[in-house]
Design a protein around this ligand. Structure first.
Ligand SMILES: [Zn+2]
Ligand SMILES: [Zn+2]
Length: 345
């Protein structure tokens, strides 16, 4: 089969690799019909993280073509989505859809190691399919099903951890695909105003079109602009979808007394100079988490089916999988207004 392989610094290619085999009696093989590039794929693409030969990708939908005898939740022929992140599939957290907290320490994302080949390919092998693969519900669009495999789950987590109450003010730092998903999900909680912060004009325009108040951060004064706009008060909730220390500090620094900052941008920093005095005196809350994707599906499926949650058009570029190298280059350098790339097969 064809699969997108990381070759080394800023280089990917579609290569012929062996077809996957069933990963045990609880696993399935999915024939992939659509698969996206994620910002976190770029961490590998930029070099230094993944081993050359890593088969990339973790956001896909497709059709089950083979299922082990212990699989009961999906059948051959079902149209399915696949969680970007999986765990051991046996422990209590995995069983409740929370593989990020896998008690066996087996948390893993597809397409990040040689051991767990990725989703930018013709087929993918998924273990513990009853936990990590789900039939695409009627009324959920294919594009939205792809987003449900990672970025929508992450954006929803960001919004739900931010303690947004009706009438609240919210700030979102970072308007890439995850930030825009967080914006759409924040609106479910009834805030009065959402400030949307980024450096890129197209992203600010997209957030404005979704009803947010755009804040251009190019002058480095995003927090001051929001504090001014709220007459010195700050916001009740801030969502950080960038993954930099400075934007975490901005998310905390922009909070009103009693506010909550919710960090979903990947950040493994050990040297963040947390403003302890501010947090102590203003009674602030900081939450940070990596999304356990399947745990968000019971809320997100009905929200999408009913139309209570509508998502903006996120995929700016639709390419054939054979154009993977061009897709990565477009997405990496944000050429041609590229926001997110979807490959179809
Ligand atoms: Zn992703
Ligand atoms: Zn587990």
């Amino acid at each position: 089969m064809r699969a997108v392989c990381y070759l080394g610094d800023r280089s990917v290619a579609v290569e012929n690799v062996p077809d996957p085999v069933l990963p045990g009696p609880d696993g399935v093989i999915v024939a992939i019909s659509a698969t996206a590039i994620c910002g976190s794929d770029l961490h590998i693409y930029h070099g230094g993280l993944g081993a050359p030969g890593t088969r990339l990708g973790h956001e896909c939908i497709g059709t089950v073509v083979e299922a082990g005898p212990a699989v009961s939740g999906v059948r051959v022929g079902d149209r399915v989505l696949v969680s970007a992140v999986i765990g051991c599939g046996h422990c209590d957290p995995c069983r409740r859809g929370d593989p990020v907290l896998c008690a066996q320490g087996a948390t893993a994302a597809f397409g990040t190691t040689l051991e767990l080949p990725g989703a930018q390919a013709e087929f993918i092998a998924v273990p513990a399919a009853d936990l990590f693969v789900r039939r695409i519900p009627d009324g959920v669009r294919d594009d939205d099903a792809v987003l449900l495999t990672d970025v929508l789950a992450t954006g929803y987590l960001g919004a739900s951890m931010a303690d947004i109450t009706p009438g609240a003010t919210v700030a979102i730092f970072g308007l890439g695909p995850v930030g825009l998903m967080a914006l759409a999900c924040a609106q479910l909680f009834g805030p009065a105003q959402i400030f949307a912060v980024d450096l890129v004009p197209e992203r600010l325009a997209r957030a404005a079109a979704m009803g947010a108040s755009p804040i251009d951060a190019t002058g480095g004064d995003a927090v001051a602009q929001i504090v001014d706009a709220t007459k010195g008060r700050g916001v009740d909730a801030a969502i950080e979808a960038v993954g930099h220390d400075q934007t975490v500090l901005d998310a905390v620094g922009v909070l009103a007394s009693g506010g909550t900052a919710s960090v979903i941008g990947v950040n493994l920093s050990s040297g963040l100079p947390y403003p302890m005095g501010l947090a102590f005196l203003k009674r602030l809350t900081l939450r940070a988490a990596f999304a356990s994707v399947p745990m968000t599906w019971p809320a997100l499926f009905p929200l999408l089916q009913s139309g209570a949650l509508t998502l903006p058009e996120i995929f700016t570029h639709r390419l054939s999988l054979d154009d993977a190298a061009r897709g990565y280059d477009l997405f990496d350098r944000r050429l041609d207004g590229c926001g997110k790339v979807l490959f179809s097969l």
